[in-house]
Write a protein of this length. Structure first.
Length: 268
């Protein structure tokens, strides 16, 4: 007499299991999700470079990203410090720090404009800089339009996430590792959403960080860390820690810097 009810219950359990697994699968990041996220974040990402305005050549240092159309860029402070040290060893009279932006869809084709440092957070290794020729207003066009009149800069601004990441969230980190001339993206997930550490021995206090199970390399520093789901930026790539683990600085500290200087940003 119990065979039929048991069979019905098993059938219901199987259906619920399939539905539950289906929902879990729907939340997992797919290759299409990653491709769409990269397409959305790509126009906001820039190279931080040592720029020679005379020769138009540049030496890559790291990564940054536009936060608004007034040409403000967020990056890692150690990228700027590294650049200034290189300038001191070279010819500061003809070289400067700059922002490199992709031209159209031409792989490895960049235009560079000088930057100015706006503010820094030494303890959290953050810097806000500004392109001294605003590309959103066409002020950088003269650098390349004469040679390539039919192309334009591929630029936009990043959007910050209103939410903090949770352990296991699918994320991406995009930038220019190993002096790559094309955007390189690593994807993975949040390994620890609550962590406190000293970034370096010279830092004055421990800071809150995220740890991502994502490989980051030299040149990724300063780039955006974002949700694969919607390309909303939740942090700034700091440094690889070995074993495919990477420190990410939460955007709330970036927002503190922006507020201090009355610089606008967008959220979603």
């Amino acid at each position: 007499m119990l065979a039929r009810p048991v069979a019905v219950l098993l059938s219901l359990f199987s259906a619920l299991f399939v539905i539950s697994c289906g929902r879990l699968t729907a939340r997992a990041a797919s290759p299409e999700d990653r491709s769409q996220a990269i397409a959305r974040i790509r126009p906001s990402i820039v190279q931080i470079v040592v720029l020679n305005p005379v020769t138009k050549k540049s030496e890559p240092l790291g990564t940054g990203f536009f936060v608004n159309r007034d040409a403000y860029v967020v990056t890692a402070l150690h990228v700027i410090v590294d650049g200034k040290e290189r300038l001191a060893k070279g010819n500061e009279a003809t070289q400067t720090l700059g922002v490199g932006m992709a031209i159209g869809d031409i792989p490895g084709s960049f235009v560079g404009v000088p930057l100015g440092v706006v503010d820094i957070d030494e303890n959290r290794d953050l810097a806000v800089v500004r392109a001294l020729r605003n590309p959103f207003k066409g002020e950088a066009d003269e650098v390349f339009k004469a040679a390539r009149p039919n192309v334009s800069l591929s630029i936009d601004v990043a959007t910050f996430a209103r939410r903090a990441p949770a352990d296991g969230n699918a994320i991406g980190i995009s930038g220019f590792p190993f002096e790559a001339s094309v955007l390189v993206t690593h994807s993975g997930w949040i390994a620890a959403s609550r962590y406190r550490a000293y970034l370096e021995d010279r830092r004055k206090e421990r800071v809150e960080l995220y740890i991502a199970d994502v490989a980051a390399n030299r040149g990724n520093s300063g780039g955006p860390a974002y949700f694969v789901e919607d390309a909303a930026v939740f942090g700034v790539c700091m440094a690889g820690r070995g074993g495919n683990l990477t420190y990410i600085m939460p955007t709330r500290y970036v927002i503190d810097l922006l507020k201090k200087r009355n610089i606008a940003w967008t959220e979603q």
